[in-house]
Design a protein around this ligand. Sequence first.
Ligand SMILES: CC(C)(COP(=O)(O)OP(=O)(O)OC[C@H]1O[C@@H](n2cnc3c(N)ncnc32)[C@H](O)[C@@H]1OP(=O)(O)O)[C@@H](O)C(=O)NCCC(=O)NCCS
Length: 190
Amino acid sequence: MAGRTDGDRRLRDLVAKAARTRLTERLRLEPVGPEHVRDLFLLHQDDRVAAWHGRRLTAESARRWAVRGQRGWDQEGVDKWMAYDRQTGELIGRSGLNRTELDGQSRLEISWTVRSDRWGNGYATEMGRAGVEFAFEELGDTAVIAVTDPHNLRSRAVMERIGMSFVREITRDGTRSTLYAIAKPGPGQR
Ligand SMILES: CC(C)(COP(=O)(O)OP(=O)(O)OC[C@H]1O[C@@H](n2cnc3c(N)ncnc32)[C@H](O)[C@@H]1OP(=O)(O)O)[C@@H](O)C(=O)NCCC(=O)NCCS
């Protein structure tokens, strides 16, 4: 885009955002960027969400997180989505896919977080299905993994609901975790 006008850049950003946005039955999944800093911050002030993430995001860490997410979209072609109710526009949560190293291999990992007053409605399941579909259909990956605390039964239930299978326990960053995976169905297996 060197030498291009601001108008060209805005158009490029708009087109990229539209291509990365997903619509599910109830949710609009927007690729995370600097415009989501406040919603990210708010989501991570939620006591029950913070309890599982082990910390609250500060305004500064939310800003860094959003910038990193946008860079992920630009460089890797995928990162996190912010999820909004399609009817009311309310923030529901976030989910997304990131490349991660496991057993010396690059793997695509999915994750999700829903504001706690919306737990129990299937939103994480809806986001999870959309993420796996994006991985298989848009990125051309053939497998997706998910990792969580073994005690995070709600997250494990989402993994199972979207068709992931328990693989084994792993230790990551010194923490015992549970690994799940799903493989892209072969032709005729859908
Ligand atoms: C993990 C987390 C996203 C799961 O949220 P959740 O609301 O339990 O999961 P879902 O959105 O898929 O909802 C499932 C529940 O909705 C119900 N449900 C209602 N409508 C549904 C639908 N259309 N589809 C699927 N489930 C539906 C299910 O029966 C289930 O009910 P239950 O809570 O009684 O078991 C949430 O607990 C969270 O944000 N935790 C903190 C962050 C975290 O731990 N993230 C994971 C890190 S790896």
